[in-house]
Design a binder for this molecule. Structure first.
Ligand code: UDP
Ligand code: MG
Length: 320
C-alpha cells in the first residue's frame, strides 16, 4: 500500500444536514484515532441552502483531515459521490450518509474486509431497518429485482454505507441517479469480489429524508438503463438490429402469406376479401414499419457509439 496516501477516505455526500455534521465528524474522528488509521473525510456539499457549509468550515479548523467540496447548486447524491471519488486518495474509500443513519463504528471491519479478505467492494446491509414501511417494503421489491437482473447477490443495493478498494472508485463513473447501482457498475468494470456486511442502522436523528416516493420509479428506470448499457451499450445494433430484423421478417412473411392466399383464392375462384379488410394486413404493415424504425435506431446508436469518448477505454489490470 502507498505510504503517502491515507488508509481511508470517508466520502460523505450531504444536502442540508447542518445538525448532523458535527456529531458525525466527531464520531468518525474518534473511530479513526482509536484504530490508528490515517484518514481524510471528504464532505461534498450538494448545494445545501442551510448552514452546512459554514459548519464544515468550522470542522476543518479543528480537524485538518477534513476536506470539502461545495457544489454551486443541488446536483444529487450521485454527483456528490462522483466528485468525492475523484478527490479520494485513501487506499480504501468508504461512503457514508451524513444523516447519522450509518454508523462509523462499522469502518474498521469494512476496512479489514477490503484489505485482508480481498474484497473489491463491501456493501452495507441494513438488515434491521429503522425507516417507515412506505420505504422498506418497496425497497425489498427493488432489491429483489436488482438481484435478479444483475446477478449480484446483495440484499441492499442502495445502502449509503459502502467500502471500496481505491481502484474501484477510480474505474467507475457514477452519474445521473446511478448511486443505487454502484455494485452493478463495479461488476461491469470487472470487479468480481463483491460482498456485504450487516450494518447497524438508526432512525434519522435530524432533518428529513431527501428522497420521496419518486425514488421507486426513478430506481426502476435506472435499473433498466444500467442493464441495457451493460449488455448493449457498446453494440446497440445487436439489440435494435436484431429486434428490427425480427419485426421486419414477421411483417414481410405475413405480407407474403396474404399475397399467396389472395392469388390462391383468385385461381380457385373462391370468395376474396380486400386485403385492407383484413386485420393481418395492418399487423404486417405495422410490424414492417416498426422493424425499420428499430433497425434505424440501432444504426444511429452505432454511429453515436463511434464518437463516444470511452469507445476505447479499457481498464487495465496490470502490465509490464
Ligand atoms: N443527499 C445528497 N444530495 C441530494 C439528496 C441527498 O447529497 O440531492 C445526501 C443526504 O444529505 C444524505 C444522503 O444523501 O447524506 C442520503 O439521503 P437521505 O438520508 O435523505 O436518504 P434516505 O436515507 O432517505 O434513503
Ligand atoms: Mg438517510
Amino acid at each position: 500500500m502507498d505510504t503517502n496516501n491515507p488508509n481511508i477516505s470517508v466520502v460523505v455526500p450531504l444536502y442540508n444536514e447542518e445538525e448532523s455534521l458535527p456529531e458525525l465528524e466527531a464520531w468518525i474522528e474518534r473511530v479513526m484515532t482509536e484504530n490508528h488509521f490515517t484518514y481524510e473525510i471528504i464532505f461534498v456539499d450538494d448545494g445545501s441552502n442551510d448552514r452546512s457549509w459554514k459548519v464544515i468550515r468550522s470542522l476543518k479548523e479543528k480537524n485538518s483531515a477534513v476536506r470539502a467540496i461545495r457544489f454551486q447548486r443541488n446536483y444529487g447524491k450521485s454527483a456528490g459521490l462522483y466528485c468525492g471519488f475523484e478527490a479520494a486518495q485513501g487506499d480504501v474509500v468508504i461512503t457514508m450518509d451524513a444523516d447519522l443513519q450509518d454508523s462509523p463504528d462499522e469502518i474498521p471491519e469494512l476496512y479489514r474486509m477490503i484489505t485482508e479478505e480481498g474484497y473489491d467492494l463491501v456493501s452495507g446491509w441494513k438488515k434491521r431497518r429503522y425507516d417507515p414501511i412506505g420505504k422498506t417494503l418497496p425497497s425489498k421489491f427493488f432489491n429483489a429485482t436488482a438481484r435478479l437482473a444483475s446477478g449480484i447477490k446483495l440484499h441492499d443495493f442502495n445502502c449509503g454505507l459502502k467500502a471500496y478498494r481505491k481502484k474501484v472508485v477510480k474505474s467507475i463513473e457514477v452519474y445521473g441517479e446511478m448511486h443505487r447501482f454502484i455494485p452493478v457498475l463495479a461488476k461491469n468494470a470487472g470487479f468480481k469480489k463483491i460482498g456485504e456486511k450487516v450494518v447497524h442502522h438508526r432512525a434519522r436523528k435530524y432533518g428529513v429524508s431527501k428522497f420521496g416516493w419518486e425514488r421507486m420509479i426513478k430506481g426502476y428506470l435506472d435499473l433498466i438503463t444500467v442493464m441495457f448499457m451493460t449488455r448493449f451499450g457498446k453494440s446497440p445494433m445487436y439489440f435494435f438490429g436484431g429486434l428490427g430484423t425480427l419485426m421486419f421478417l414477421i411483417g414481410g412473411a405475413t405480407a407474403i402469406y396474404l399475397i399467396i392466399e389472395k392469388l390462391y383464392k383468385q385461381a380457385h375462384l373462391l370468395p376474396i376479401r380486400a386485403v385492407t379488410d383484413q386485420p393481418l394486413f395492418f399487423i404486417a404493415m405495422g410490424a414492417a414499419i416498426i422493424g425499420v424504425q428499430l433497425f434505424l435506431a440501432g444504426f444511429i446508436g452505432e454511429l453515436i457509439g463511434r464518437n463516444s469518448s470511452d469507445r476505447n477505454r479499457y481498464l487495465i489490470d496490470d502490465k509490464f
